[in-house]
Write a protein that binds this ligand. Structure first.
Ligand code: NAD
Length: 344
């Protein structure tokens, strides 16, 4: 498999390493020569032990076009759809857009959605948590029926973004990137939109009903040009008269990435990195006996799970529309953010 990755930043490194772990050939493209240098001499060797000479690095404009199986787009959100539209012209088997798929009210998103409809290229979104082993386990528990009928669902991705800035020491703060601007896909609502995506996915698996009304609250930081939401909370009702809640923020320390579904007989709960060696899944059925499982992982394993999933879809072992990473699920998140912004 031949992979091309746009963006040599934090996610570009994760995706590259995960693809190399699959034995795939990787070309990485960036507009910024310093980003390519940083990838080779700093981020990749620091994270994964050493640089891998088989990885090809290209300045944007000099990269090969055509002949790639998958094109992954790990640029900032506000340039993503433009890069995706170009990538589609190469007719790869699949494209993956990082999260969030773009930014609220992106005029190019409609064009991309319609081009994808008439294209043979499959499209996905990089909400990797949805295909993590621990979330697969949560899905299996829900499907087993042990918790009874789902009554309510909560997801939180609350993480102070100092961690992001530690991973990007070349940025002096949110003002230096899309992160400080909700209109470019930043802020808690865009950056931690894993939570909305996971809540939508688990709602489908738990059969809690389709979301029909979402009420959002944003706590904004406005300083000079900076304009982002530090806290975004969403309350939803479903067409089965159930309710749920999603909270995303960039202020909570220590981090809390958590999901819980309460059922008529029991519950299931997921805590990302809830144990030093990985994620925790807890559940109980009608007997109220709480079972706890630790699903061992390190962060690179999440991206490896994403690659294994994509490989299975391309090998027709999983139907593209049934994938938790289906592109439509990423568009759904963005549409919720847009409706919430319009309602303000
Ligand atoms: N799935 C995840 O868990 C996960 C993890 C980290 C980041 N992300 C997402 O990935 C995106 C990028 O985040 P990051 O932390 O890697 O940012 P980053 O700033 O570290 O890297 C982005 C890179 O894209 C490059 N770039 C910009 N325009 C380009 C273009 N047209 N062509 C090629 N390269 C271009 C920039 O020069 C930069 O090097 C964000 O949307 C972020 O939310 C997702």
């Amino acid at each position: 498999m031949k992979i091309k990755i746009y963006g040599a930043g934090s996610i570009g490194n994760h995706l590259t390493q995960a693809a190399r772990r699959m034995g795939w050939h990787v070309t990485v493209v960036d507009t910024d020569p310093k980003a390519l240098e940083r990838m080779k001499n700093d981020i990749y060797p620091t994270r994964y032990g050493k640089w891998d000479d088989s990885i090809e690095l290209c300045i944007a404009g000099t990269e090969k076009r055509g002949g790639f199986d998958i094109i992954m787009i790990g640029t900032p959100p506000h340039v993503r759809t433009a890069v995706a539209l170009e990538a589609l012209k190469e007719k790869p088997k699949a494209i993956i857009l990082e999260k969030p798929v773009s930014f609220p009210f992106d005029p190019k998103l409609k064009t991309l959605v319609s081009r994808l409809k008439s294209s043979r290229t499959l499209a996905f979104v990089g909400y990797d948590h949805a295909v993590a082993k621990s979330i697969e386990r949560v899905a299996d528990i829900l499907k087993s029926g042990v918790i009874g009928d789902a009554l309510t669902l909560d997801v939180e991705f609350r993480e102070h973004w100092e961690g992001i800035f530690k991973a990007h020491p070349w940025l002096s703060g949110p003002q230096d990137s899309y992160l400080g601007y909700w209109k470019r896909g930043g802020g808690a609502s865009g950056e931690h939109s894993h939570a909305l995506h996971l809540a939508l996915y688990l709602s489908r698996v738990a059969k809690i009903g389709a979301w029909k009304d979402v009420r959002a609250k944003f706590q904004h930081v406005k300083k000079g040009k900076l304009d982002y939401d530090a806290i975004a909370s969403f309350a939803f009702d479903t067409d089965k008269s159930k309710t749920g809640r999603v909270i995303q923020d960039v202020v909570t320390k220590p981090t809390r990435k958590w999901a819980r579904i309460q059922g008529s007989n029991g519950f299931v709960e997921w805590v990302c990195n809830g144990h030093p060696s990985g994620d925790v899944v807890r559940y109980a059925g009608a007997d109220s006996v709480i079972a706890e499982e630790i699903i061992e992982k390190k962060r690179p394993d999440d991206f490896h799970a994403e690659m294994l999933h994509l490989d299975a879809v391309l090998k027709k072992k999983i139907k593209p529309a049934a994938s938790p990473l289906a592109f439509a699920s990423g568009v759904e998140v963005l549409r919720i953010l847009e409706r919430a912004r319009k309602a303000r």
